[in-house]
Design a protein around this ligand. Structure first.
Ligand SMILES: NC(=O)N[C@@H](O)C(=O)O
Ligand code: NI
Length: 164
């Protein structure tokens, strides 16, 4: 038994319950700097860690997923946020569910992100690990390092299916 999921375009408004969208959008706060040579799209996301942790920057090189794709699990990072910013310019998928307990496939929302949109999962937001598409894709990742575990997993039963 599985549930076919609907893929939505990624917008800041739709993603607000799960975290931030990182994009150079006219709807974000932006202003010229460097004598007008550069436009600064300012303060686009909230980087959160617990007091014992600290933010780190990594690069994830993701293998492309094949569609249809079965969502059999989700994970969350309760101690900190986790941001993905595409470096390869390709679209990718984001599967998320609200923070909290008792999450099921009925809570899952799937977004198609453009290659110029990043996402920042708020602490505790359930999500599927990186879902790159079409070709090997690099992402700049900002998340939390520090003592203690920071990755809870749940099994989705029934599973979700992201259609081709
Ligand atoms: N394991 C790891 O660092 N990556 C996951 O958290 C992910 O969301 O891709
Ligand atoms: Ni994660």
């Amino acid at each position: 038994m599985s549930v076919v999921l609907t893929v939505e375009p990624l917008t800041a408004e739709a993603f607000a319950p799960f975290g931030d969208v990182i994009e150079a959008s006219d709807s974000t706060r932006h202003f010229p700097i460097n004598g007008g040579n550069t436009e600064r799209f300012h303060d686009l996301m909230t980087i959160a860690t617990d007091p014992q942790g600290h933010a780190i920057v990594s690069i994830f090189r993701g293998q492309p997923r094949s569609l249809p794709f079965a969502l059999v699990m989700l994970e969350r990072h309760p101690k900190g946020s986790q941001a993905f910013m595409p470096l390869s310019g390709r679209p990718y998928l984001v599967a998320v569910a609200r923070p909290g307990e008792g999450v099921s496939v009925a809570d899952v929302r799937v977004f198609l992100a453009r290659g110029d949109q990043g996402v920042n999962y708020a602490p505790g937001t359930w999500h599927h690990p990186l879902l790159a598409l079409h070709a090997v894709s690099d992402f700049l990742v900002i998340d939390r390092a520090g003592p203690g575990g920071n990755c809870d997993e749940i099994v989705l039963a029934p599973q979700g299916v992201i259609p081709a």
